[in-house]
Design a protein around this ligand. Sequence first.
Ligand SMILES: [Zn+2]
Length: 282
Amino acid sequence: MTRYAITVLEYAASPNHPTSGVLYGRHNSGSMNLPFAYVVLRSSDTVALVDAGYDQSDFGGEIANAIGVTGWTPPSEVLGAVGIRPEDVQHVFLTHAHFDHMGGLAYFPNAKFYIQKREIESWVWALSKGRRFRSLLGGINPADILRLVDLGMKNRLVVLDGASLDILPNVDLLPAFDTHTAGSQYVVVRNGGSLEDRWVLTGDVVYTYENLHGGDRDDPCFVPPGLATGSQTNLILAAEEMLDSVGGDMLRLVPVHEEKLKDHFPSRVSDRGLRIIDIATI
Ligand SMILES: [Zn+2]
């Protein structure tokens, strides 16, 4: 029965991120620290990543600078802190195409990449609409879309059309269409094949725990992320679906932009000052 160690690896941070980008409707509510991270899944014979970070040396770095992201660290150092080389990564599950999730494609020379067909199609469409629609393109590096096409021609891209169960043993990719982006997906790890020992890696459908409780745990309220090109209603319906799949246990959902993961799971800080959080061990 395959089990996975699940580790969240911070690789940068947005220390003064507008709260309204994280929690819909929180206008004039100041800013918050937003870690940027990817997740490594390790079994006895597999190394997989959920998302790929970005490349500070290309347009992704310009987007990051424009929104005040600091501390970017290359995958060789981020993964090196847990004894992995980028070359060891066999699979990368892309939750969506925003620069901070998909801009690091070139760093993983031996990986296959997995993305929803609808995500690619929607960005090609948005790019075709011209400058007046550029508000739709926030957070996108167009070169990343071209890199996906190139990976496809090299048989290193798997384009999914909806749910894909057991993409690896006990790992499912599930769509959350028309939410944070048109073709977002999230990852479910069923450790040991168990219904109980289940973890949901939310992508940006859920940024933080507060998206799930709205700040009042006694009278919780779903609050969707502020940044979305899809539907706010679908965002919270997808959050409900995730939460229902783990019996309502919020701590079984792993939002990578959540600074409070460290309060709930064992963690340490790397030499570069980046946090490493052990969600599950084997
Ligand atoms: Zn995003």
